[in-house]
Design a binder for this molecule. Structure first.
Ligand code: PFF
Length: 460
């Protein structure tokens, strides 16, 4: 670690604090809301296997690359890329990678906040005992009555954006660190309780079989792209979130160990969520491919029938909100860090500005569940034919922008950067593990992303 740079935004208090913050960023709606529903829509086991492989051979190495770049640059991703590119003597255009990340962050947060708003709304629905004794149909209509009401969605989206901006405005230590320390372990325990409930729901085996028995006839090229995109999404990779968190990492922390720890925890939470949800789906004769409403229409059935369900239900949705919250702040941090560095704004003003822009873009998602639910802007293009604006935002960001960002990060870290620089920053010697990392980032990630892209557009 030869660089003497210090981040103007502060630093995590320890390696553990970074692990918690990065885990807070990684574990979010992606694990608990999105993973089960896309696994359900794409046939289960085979999809899960592809996803796990992507985490291992693409996700972990790219996370290491992002943290490495971030810590070496010690600035917002835009300025980090500019500085490192000039240090390595390569094109200044690499800063565009930082810009693309900022754009992806805005777009993702715009819909992320609306879904987190559903979770907020469900805190109160669960707590009031609304789910008690309800049938699957009753639970479904509670969900529909929420999503079909734009004003209510807007109110919850607004509340969530305000919550996010308050934490971001407070800065790296006092805002982000404190929130994650307590909440992540609590979420984990509650998921275990739900898996315990699912165990007794009558269809545990069927749920497990659906998740873990690969049937490759059920997966398409698009399914593989979704699995790969989700590996990036769930680990917060490809847009600079982990890079900016890496820029606050103390010099002596091991990048490899922290990245592996974060990835393992993230994967565990996703699998636990799947194991809690699918047994309930099958026990109630529901369809695994229910789509974005899956957890909101399945878990409440469980809460409605268990002892203390109102309490546990409320607790679960509170924790889901917290998981989303600690991810949301990382989605906007690259933009806020850049505004502080380059526009001379303080964190409060930068946060408000970023928040207002995201809130406005979020209106697109709010309306795509009700008054614009029939609007499918790119219906002329086969892979987008029936996608609403929300579906498009999700698809374009998670499945295209993040893998593309990841690909470029890989190219920069393993082709543009000198070997001595990456070896120095990763500080793991130049033995087997470093060689393996560099091989994966140099060849496997770029190839995998390109091959999957080409497959989807039917070129190969
Ligand atoms: N990883 C988060 C989740 O799984 O919910 C979402 C996310 C956060 C994606 C930050 C991208 C990102 F940069």
């Amino acid at each position: 670690m030869t660089t003497e740079r210090v981040s103007i935004h502060g630093q995590w208090s320890s390696r553990l604090a970074f692990i918690l913050a990065a885990t807070g960023s990684a574990v979010g709606l992606g694990n608990i809301w999105k993973f089960p529903y896309i696994a359900g829509e794409n046939g289960g086991g085979a999809f899960v296997l592809v996803y796990l492989m992507c985490i291992a051979v693409i996700g972990i190495p790219i996370m290491m690359a992002e943290v490495m770049l971030g810590r070496r640059g010690r600035q917002s991703p835009i300025n980090t890329m500019r500085t490192l590119a000039s240090e390595e003597g390569v094109s200044r255009h690499w800063q565009w990678l930082g810009w693309a990340g900022v754009l992806a962050g805005f777009l993702i947060l715009s819909y992320y906040s609306v879904i987190a708003g559903w979770a907020l709304a469900y805190v109160f629905r669960a707590g009031s005992g609304l789910f008690t004794g309800q049938t699957a149909d009753g639970i479904q209509s509670i969900f529909t009555s929420l999503t079909s009401d734009p004003e209510r969605l807007l109110a919850w989206h607004t509340l969530f954006m305000v919550m996010t901006m308050v934490v971001v405005a407070r800065g790296v230590r006092s805002g982000l660190e404190t929130a994650v320390r307590l909440l992540m372990p609590a979420l984990f325990v509650l998921l275990l309780v739900l898996v315990g409930y699912a165990w007794n729901s009558g269809a545990f085996e069927q749920g497990i079989e659906f998740l873990f028995t690969p049937d490759f006839s059920k997966i398409t090229a698009d399914g593989v792209l979704i699995a790969m995109g989700h590996a990036f999404f769930t680990l917060s990779l490809g847009m600079g979130a982990i890079m900016v968190y890496g820029s606050y990492l103390p010099d002596n922390a091991s990048i490899a160990k922290t990245s592996i720890a974060v990835s393992l925890m993230d994967t565990l939470v996703a699998l636990l969520a799947g194991m809690a949800i699918f047994p309930i789906v099958f026990a109630n004769g529901l369809e695994p491919g229910l789509g974005a409403g899956l957890i909101f229409t399945t878990l409440p059935i469980a809460f409605g029938h268990m002892d203390g369900g109102a309490f546990f239900g409320m607790l679960f949705f509170i924790l889901l909100v917290f998981a989303a919250w600690t991810s949301a702040i990382s989605l906007i941090e690259p933009a806020v860090a850049w505004m502080v560095e380059n526009m001379g704004l303080n964190r409060i003003h930068a946060s408000v500005l970023a928040g207002v822009v995201t809130w406005l873009v979020g209106l697109l998602t709010v309306f795509s569940f009700n008054i614009w639910s029939d609007v499918t802007p790119l219906s002329g293009i086969p892979i987008f034919h029936d996608k609403t604006i929300f579906d498009l935002l999700d698809y374009l960001t998670a499945n295209i922008m993040l893998p593309l960002g990841g690909l470029l990060i890989a190219v920069f870290a393993a082709w543009q950067m000198r070997k001595s620089s990456s070896a120095d920053e990763l500080a793991m010697g130049e033995g087997f593990f470093y060689t393996l990392w560099r091989f994966l980032v140099r060849y496997i990630t770029p190839l995998a992303v390109v091959i999957v892209f080409l497959h989807v557009i039917d070129i190969i």
